[in-house]
Design a protein around this ligand. Sequence first.
Ligand code: GDP
Length: 460
Amino acid sequence: MSFSLAERNDTIIALATPQGIGAIAVIRLSGAKAIDLCNEVFHGKDLLKQDSHTIHFGTIRDEEKIIDEVLVSLFIAPKSFTKENVVEISTHGSSYIINQVIKLFLKKGARLAKPGEFTQRAFLNGQFDLAQAEAVADLIHADTESSHEAALNQMRGGFSTEIQELREKLIHFASMIELELDFGEEDVEFASRTELKELVERLLRVVEELILSFDLGNVIKNGVPTVIAGKPNAGKSTLLNALLKEEKAIVSDIAGTTRDFIEDEININGVIFRFIDTAGLRETQDTIEAIGVTRTQEKMKTASLILYLFDLGDTDLVDINRDVNKLENLGVPFVKVANKTDKADPKLLATLKKEHPDALFISAKNQENLEALRAKLIELVNLDKFKTGNTVVTNIRHYDGLIKTRDSLLDILKGLEDQVTNDFVAMDIRRSLHYLGEITGEITTDDLLANIFSKFCIGK
Ligand code: GDP
């Protein structure tokens, strides 16, 4: 999908609120003729004589037939989301009314918007850069506090500003080096090699940090992949069910919300924990065998967090120490959870508390101490890093761009070390600039844009 210039001048229309029945639906028009078209079918004040950012009550009519009573909001170019004339029509939320209104505008000359076309116009008209446009999509899909915070930060330009600053510094060096190239034979040095090296090293640190933040960004966006591991009968499925049951209760407690309860996910303080391979856990007893079975280990490696559960009524210290040892070697953060406190041998309990002071003691069946377990899970994902307002990369395209930037920065450093000629240094700098520019959209291709905006829904 790419847009010709003529298409860009069309006035586009789409339903901005979700499909289905609601109290109110909002239909959005954008384009030079948006207000004129609306004025043709709106009975009320003359919309062409109204100020921007005003709302007007009236009826929408097809010839003399009233379709609905509506509120019309006006945004006159360039003071709108797309920087074009925008009209938002709030109608009653029946699909019949929505269809009639949209059909009427199509008859009058508007065209149905393509997926993401409103946001694409906003980008093309300079409302924001590409990274910010993508954050609009993330924001729409963000349904936890932390993913919302990351998307909002990005949409407001946190990530872009950081990239922009790096890019400008590099551009400065690139132009200095190009200047040296112009002087050809003469032995001038406008760009100090030592300073360039320092700058590139600084850029590398920032880029590396952004790359690392992607893990965290991914967690924020998609949830923390979590595995409950332990011997058969340790109580894994009982624990999972207990956690999910409480989650279900919390979800349905919030009156009037429509957030679906998602099987196998729990939300703790705005962070989603996604339990891996829980189907097997709940259907059969023995799908997760004792730690050490290769298949289980493979699965555990894909987890960001392991909940190691053992049965206080049926484990000895040797077993536990051996398992803990294996977990330490695996390198995935884990929490030791002793289950069935209700039938624990007091002596074993005392020894355990001494040897494993960081273990948690719960009863899955009686739902005891689950609050402490939840607190521990949150502590393990270490979201403090994120709360300090650091930029977090959540988008795979940006991550990819950052990896390529890092590699080309490393090439600059290598070139400097090997004392390659200026034209090679200049080439590597240009490559870094190119990748940084692709992230913010200063460098785009139709394919790239089409790819990004087609992932939006219609109406965005
Ligand atoms: P899994 O094989 O690890 O999934 O273990 P299950 O969740 O199926 O539990 C095995 C048995 O332990 C079941 O009979 C549970 O009712 C029981 N169980 C789980 N948690 C507790 C607990 O806290 N106390 C007691 N006494 N029994 C429990």
